[in-house]
Design a protein around this ligand. Structure first.
Ligand code: CAA
Length: 692
């Protein structure tokens, strides 16, 4: 008998409890125990109904992801769910926390579902590069209708209990004691002799969906955004089978699609990111260090970044003071924040009352003294060492003892900033990505003197803000921007060698990035990069010239591309092509033709090489940290697992050889294979061998 699953009886109702912390994943022992007890309860004449509940923070949150890719062990989740479904006595799932994936599929196999009010139900498989593999694509549409089921399965996002009740996914919300409520519900079902209509036999809602053309049109909205991912296409195929095949055949089809995906590279990459994301914020030498409770925050600077960071705090329920030097800049910044919130609200993205509540948590001031009671201060002033050091010096005199003083710098030396205070232990980097209220990555930059408490607090705050914190060390540009710099240099080089901006951009979007570097630069404003390059004594042959002609990107309707009035769609510009050709000619470069594969290798391999240096220097602790940074901060396609995971898939020996060729061609010593890359390639190993 499994210790992870137990049974007690409560006046003729059996209560089976799964207790497999932390998230009650349905691992092998759980499946054995659950099946065994469900069968035992079925055979016991004194038992009239069964409740399946979970101990701890959640109902089963899915299959055990660590079992994926290993040979399946009996009983499978499908076998357990089908046995439960076939039970002649009513089985009620008592849901709380996050019944996800295989957990929700288990609940769908039960005859009834009751839920605690805060429950969030979902089928997030798509986020792991797979589809529900234990009947989810067939049973969910039968309960909720095709449109709602498609939205849940293709987005992977959970829905709250109330919405699940309205949609027919849940039969009752239990306000008080969940298990007692579920037992009472079970008794009612028995007393009322309610017929056990199996979800698999409830065809009314999908019969109503009927028209396959309507289904295909709705599905196309999702698959056109798939950018090379297989799972959305497979999910649509499985859902379509619900409309076209008898359920037994459709379940078989779902299983085939699931097995194909789970064995594929994309799901492997996405599982890698799932675990790497959780590892990235773990720092062995601060394990057990308590984070300070952050009740009030302050942000210095009401520009784009400052405003976005303030929104992050307000969204997480933390009151925040925004400080600007002048009234006008402050008003402008706060107006932008309000406008952003109103836009979100007008798209239905905020619950009633939330708009006012969030805006109400943000207070603007020009008086720096107002930060005195903040538990954390994030500086987001102009990206200049002198300006920032001055701000840190002044903050040092005002901020209360024990508070964290963070900089949102994207390049500058955190240790130098720390030295402009009398408490370097309280200083670190919290590098948000633009737009700060949207992008999930938070690079947490640990300075030489940063204390364990400061670091633990920044990580905990990051999590509270819904970010994915990744801890990195101090160097110019930290992990993300340091690697990005190599890609930017290479992208410009490719132009001179024969590619056009649209060739480079489309190679990357075909690879799975949401945008290429030139469309991105136009969106961000070419002047931003130009200013930064000038400050750092760097140049970019084409971008610099575009800026000199006043072509700043979308904001001036001209950059690397042309933009029609009111449009954000980049159009190739013959003038830019001429400028590129002339510049190449002036430099004696003969332009040729570059294929997509070569463009990808030229853009990504030097970045991977830099990643190897970053690892050797200890700036990033694990290859997975770099992957998380690139997936969450720079749009690296998650189904490719981030640059270091991708490098392993390509093979390090091949990358080393290609880099050697690039060095020969460009004369750029950054292309010389990094010692770590070289060593791993020689040993026939990958970055993954360095461990998570
Ligand atoms: N399998 C194995 N381990 C899991 C897991 C799972 N399904 N879900 C979470 N964990 C682990 C995490 O790796 C983490 O481990 P460490 O503490 O060692 O880092 C631990 O459980 C706690 O997880 P979180 O830190 O994420 O905790 P949280 O409270 O922030 O979030 C959660 C909880 C919402 C359940 C979140 O963990 C989550 O989204 N889990 C994945 C859910 C999922 O994708 N389920 C579907 C699985 S696929 C499936 O079920 C296929 C099928 O049809 C058969």
């Amino acid at each position: 008998m499994s210790e992870l699953v137990s049974m007690r009886t409560d006046g003729g109702v059996a209560v089976i409890t799964i207790d497999n912390p932390p998230v009650n994943a349905m691992k092998h022992e759980v499946r054995i125990g659950l099946l065994d007890l469900a069968l035992r309860a079925t055979g016991d004449p004194d038992i009239s109904a069964v409740v399946i509940a979970c101990a701890g923070r959640t109902f089963v949150a899915g299959a055990d992801i660590t079992e994926f890719g290993k040979p399946p062990r009996q009983p499978t989740a499908i076998a357990v769910i089908e046995a439960i479904e076939a039970c002649p006595k009513p089985i009620i799932a008592a849901l709380h926390g996050t019944p996800l994936g295989g957990g929700l599929e288990l609940a769908l196999g039960c005859h009834f579902r009751v839920a605690a009010p805060g429950t969030r139900l979902g089928l997030p498989e798509i986020k792991l590069g797979i589809i529900p593999g234990a009947g989810g694509t067939q049973r969910l549409p039968r309960l909720m209708g095709m449109d709602k089921a498609m939205a849940m399965i293709l987005s992977g996002d959970p829905i709250p209990a109330r919405e699940a009740l309205d949609a027919g996914l849940v039969d009752e919300i239990v306000e008080d004691d969940l298990v007692a409520g579920a037992v009472a519900f079970a008794r009612r079902v028995v007393a009322e002799k309610r017929p056990l209509v199996l979800v698999r036999n409830r065809d009314e809602k999908i019969a109503a969906a009927g028209d396959l053309a309507v289904f295909d049109a709705a599905a196309a909205n999702y698959t056109k955004r798939a950018r090379g991912q297989n799972a959305p296409v497979a999910a649509v195929a499985a859902l379509r089978a619900a409309l076209t095949l008898p359920i037994a055949d459709a379940l078989k089809r779902e299983r085939e699609l699931f097995l194909e995906l789970v064995a594929g590279d994309q799901s492997k990459a996405q599982r890698h990111i799932f675990f790497a994301e959780r590892e990235a914020a773990k720092v062995p030498d601060i394990a057990g260090v308590e984070a300070c409770d952050v009740k009030r925050a302050a942000v210095i600077g009401a520009g784009t970044m400052g405003g976005g960071i303030a929104m992050c705090f307000a969204n997480a329920g933390i009151p925040v003071t925004v400080v600007e030097t002048g009234e006008e800049a402050l008003a402008r910044g706060l107006d932008t924040v309000t406008r952003n919130y109103r836009n979100t609200a007008s798209r239905g993205g905020l619950a009633p009352g939330e708009l006012e509540a969030r805006i109400g948590r943000i207070t603007g001031t020009t008086d720096l003294a107002a930060v005195a009671d903040a538990d954390i201060v994030v500086e987001a002033v102009f990206e200049d060492m002198g300006v920032k050091q001055d701000a840190f010096g002044r903050l040092d005199r005002i901020v209360k003892p024990g508070a964290v003083i963070a900089s949102n710098t994207s390049y500058l030396d955190i240790d130098a900033l720390a030295r402009s205070t009398t408490r370097p232990q309280a200083v670190l980097g919290m590098h948000f990505f633009s737009p700060a209220n949207v992008m999930r990555l938070l690079e947490v930059v640990r300075g030489a003197a940063t204390s364990p408490e400061t670091l633990a607090t920044a990580i905990a705050v990051g999590r509270k803000l819904g970010k994915v914190p990744a801890v990195v060390g101090v160097c110019h540009g930290f992990v993300g921007n340091r690697m990005l710099r190599l890609r930017s240099v290479e992208a410009e080089r490719l132009l001179l060698e024969g590619a056009l901006p649209q060739d480079v951009d489309s190679a990357l979007t075909d690879f799975g990035f949401p945008m290429g570097p030139f469309a991105m630069a136009d969106l961000a404003g070419l002047d931003v990069g130009w200013r930064m390059r000038k400050a750092q004594g760097l140049t970019a042959p084409i971008a610099d010239q575009l800026c000199e002609c006043g072509r700043y990107g979308q904001k001036t309707a001209r950059g690397f591309y042309l933009y029609e009035p009111g449009s954000r769609t980049p159009k190739p510009d013959p003038e830019v092509e001429r400028l590129i050709a002339d510049t190449a000619a002036q430099r004696g470069i003969t332009r040729g033709t570059l294929g997509k594969d070569e463009i990808i290798e030229r853009l990504l391999f030097p970045m991977i090489n830099e990643g190897a240096r970053i690892l050797r220097e200890g700036i990033a602790r694990r290859p997975g940290d770099i992957d998380v940074i690139w997936v969450y901060g720079y749009g690296f396609p998650v189904h490719r697992g981030g640059p270091m995971h991708y490098a392993d898939a390509v093979g390090l020996a091949y990358i080393r050889d290609r880099l050697g060729g690039f060095e020969h061609k460009t004369g750029d010593e950054r292309h010389r294979p990094a010692p770590l890359l070289e060593e791993l390639a020689v040993a026939g190993k990958g970055f993954a061998s360095l461990g998570q």
